[in-house]
Design a protein around this ligand. Structure first.
Ligand code: SAH
Length: 379
């Protein structure tokens, strides 16, 4: 059984089948004395039809249905609350088995529907402009918790009648957490996103966003070829180290070759650079020129993200005029550049506003290790 399902199945001994990538599913069926090809049938029932009761899986033998009922589960995160935005975006607060909660966001557009999913409960990276950072970190999500967000959303939005009627056409790993720190679980989840018998998305429609975990980007290029977005946010080390502390460990001169390497063997692919627009911090004209110079020779797209405010932040969003100026300098330098539309702002579902509800483990550990002189309340 994969580590992830062991982790979240402490209470029950049942295997959560959502933790199993296609090959793991085939292997699991073999342990039950079944032929591995049964995995295809099972995956289709789960992911194409959204069926969660083994007894409804009619082309599966009665014996196997019985065995699965006794030994396996298809447990999803539980809905705590649903927040629909005026613009059609929906945010779900989902409860995990351990009692923590995470946020998942669906963003419908005319031509596509994007689901933004989380990969960790909280985040360790502490980017200065991100509200997830203010919450601290609790743990990595298990495969079934990553996949569970997608299956939850697919079922909630209504199982599509045909492949062409899919409501979720794109998945972005841009919710809470740093996906490359939860590498193995995220890779298994990606396998299910891409597998035709599961979610069947094309690799271009799955985007992994990283703050720049350099060794993991090299490893990623050996493992998968989904789209890569990199949170750059600054054109030089001095500024980047201030707002993305991870840059102190992995500097821009190491990050860029890793990104270049990622797309080298993938024709027509580009890196998407994310750049949050912070008034007076990283939005000056000379910084746009510096950025253009920095990315020279790397097939690139640039997404300028209007900064989303949250309580207690020291930053403000750049003015529309400075964002437009910044954009036109990059466009003139030959980079396709967009100012990303902010969606779901009225429900705190925009980039960097996802927080969930959980206890920061690290801080809690610190508190617990303090000798108990007087009791402190856990808030
Ligand atoms: N850890 C990953 C993915 C999560 S953050 C990463 O860093 O890429 C997803 C995107 O939202 C990142 O580009 C992040 O920098 C951006 N973001 C974070 N806080 C934001 C905020 N307050 N306003 C706008 N974008 C923000």
């Amino acid at each position: 059984m994969p580590a992830s399902s062991q982790q979240s199945n402490q209470a029950s001994t049942k295997v959560n089948l959502l933790s199993l990538a296609p090959q793991d599913m085939a292997d699991y069926l073999v342990t039950l004395g079944e032929k591995p090809f049964r995995a295809v049938q099972l995956l289709k029932w789960i992911y194409h039809h959204g069926v969660r009761d083994f007894n409804e899986m009619l082309n599966i033998s009665k014996n196997l249905r019985q065995t699965l009922t006794e030994n396996a589960s298809l447990e999803l995160p539980e809905l705590i609350s649903e927040h629909p935005s005026k613009d059609g975006t929906v945010k779900w607060l989902l409860k995990l088995k351990c009692g923590n909660s995470i946020e998942t966001v669906f963003i419908p557009e005319t031509e596509r529907g994007t689901l933004c999913i989380s990969s960790q409960v909280g985040c360790t990276l502490n980017c200065r402009f991100c509200s997830t950072a203010t919450q601290g970190f609790n743990r990595n999500l298990a495969v079934e918790e990553i996949i569970g967000q997608i299956l939850f959303a697919v079922i909630r939005l209504g199982i599509p009648k045909s492949r062409g009627a899919k409501k979720i056409t794109n998945i972005v790993l841009m919710g809470m957490g740093e996906p490359l720190i939860n590498f193995d679980n995220v890779m298994k989840a990606i396998e299910l996103m891409l597998d035709d018998n599961a979610f069947g998305l094309s690799k271009r429609r799955v985007t992994l966003s990283t703050a720049g975990m350099v060794p993991a980007i090299y490893k990623l290029s050996e493992t998968t070829d989904v789209s890569l977005a990199v949170s750059l946010h600054a054109p030089n080390n001095e500024l980047r180290s201030r707002i993305v502390p991870l840059n102190k460990k992995y500097k821009i001169e190491d990050l860029l070759p890793a990104c270049r390497h990622y797309i080298e063997s993938k024709p027509h692919r580009k890196i998407t650079w994310e750049y949050v627009m912070l008034k007076g911090v990283n939005d000056l004209e000379e910084q746009a020129h510096e950025l253009a110079q920095l990315l020279k020779g790397i097939p690139s797209k640039i997404n300028l993200i209007p900064f989303n405010q949250f309580p207690g932040t020291e930053y403000e969003c750049s003015s529309t005029a400075s964002m437009e100026r910044f954009r036109s300098i990059l466009i003139n330098a030959g980079y396709p550049t967009i100012i990303r539309k902010t969606r779901g702002e009225d429900i705190d579902a925009a980039c960097g506003q996802l927080v969930g509800e959980f206890t920061d483990r690290t801080r809690r550990q610190q508190r617990l290790s303090v000798p108990k002189v007087a009791p402190r309340s856990e808030s």
